[in-house]
Ligand binder design. Sequence first.
Ligand code: ZN
Length: 368
Amino acid sequence: MSYASAVSIRREVARSARPQEHISVSEAAMRHLRLHTDSGGSEPWNPDLTPYMVEPMDRLIDRRYEAVIFIGPARTGKTGALLGFLAYIITCDPSDAMVLHMSQDKAGKFSKKDLRRMYRESPTLGAELTGRASDNNVFEKTHKSGNVLYIGWPSASQLSGETIKYMAITDMDRMSLSVEGEGSPFLMAKKRTQTFLSRGRTYVETSPGYEVTDPKYSLRHPHEAPPAPGAVALYNQGTMCRRYLPCPHCGEFFMEPSDFSGFSFAHNRDLLGATIPEAIGEVHLICTANGCLIDPSHKQAMSRAGLWVPAGGRIEDGRVVGEPRDAPYASYWLTGVSAAAVASSAALGNSWARALAFTSPTWWMPRP
Ligand SMILES: [Zn+2]
């Protein structure tokens, strides 16, 4: 063995034995993840752009929960959060992980676009690749510490097999409720993490994809979602966190609405006939604490100051207090009201109502 290779082996051993950084997932994302920008450059992952993703990300290493369930509209920074989770795993806890996409085609695209950019534009993450072509395949990335990132899709062969510490399922509600008759993608994924006990983790992110099974169902808790299969059912088994926003007028926090009843339309007379874009200019969000009418210009500041409140919790003096209910999953449901990517898109008119319509178009939206 040459001196140089002995040194490089020692270096690799030192790397795998180095003390893990004890930082949160969002801190790891801030330190290590750079995201591709539309202009072709890259910039560090910025929690201020998607402030509602910070807590769900940090719960991913909270040993009280087997899984984190995040339901939100498209384009809310869910991919950034997922890459942030990978940045944490690669830099802080080198372990095997799998990202599951709805199809082999989508999995390949994610790998060739999002992952390739992540490794290319985030120097600390790129440095963890071995540089050997055989370790860097579309569906399998082996890192210097020996841990492997798999990119998979729902199939019995992908979802059974050796144990994996971290499983992440993206767009879960676009997947079949049963993988080749062997169980839901969620339960099969969770099973793969089981030998890690409370250190194994399953992450689900999706926009709701299944119809409500009982539209007449009366909710038992204001945070509960109406009954539907898939991620919504998991949300209801979890801590049921909803986003609360501070009113810019009276200062009270109130829960972001999940339907149009939370909005004031200036021309109600036309509403039944009007299309949503026609109603747009004059829509205000209603502060349910004191009835204040809130202009869309406050949206970003409100989103940034928003708080996740679990079922069983409440806000006192700007802080979440109370006991979250005992649940196996940390679960979050974000509507389009505070979704930043929606707000910043000029094409969407920067309007509350349009943003809300964007949340769950086919799912749970009594239309005006
Ligand atoms: Zn108010």
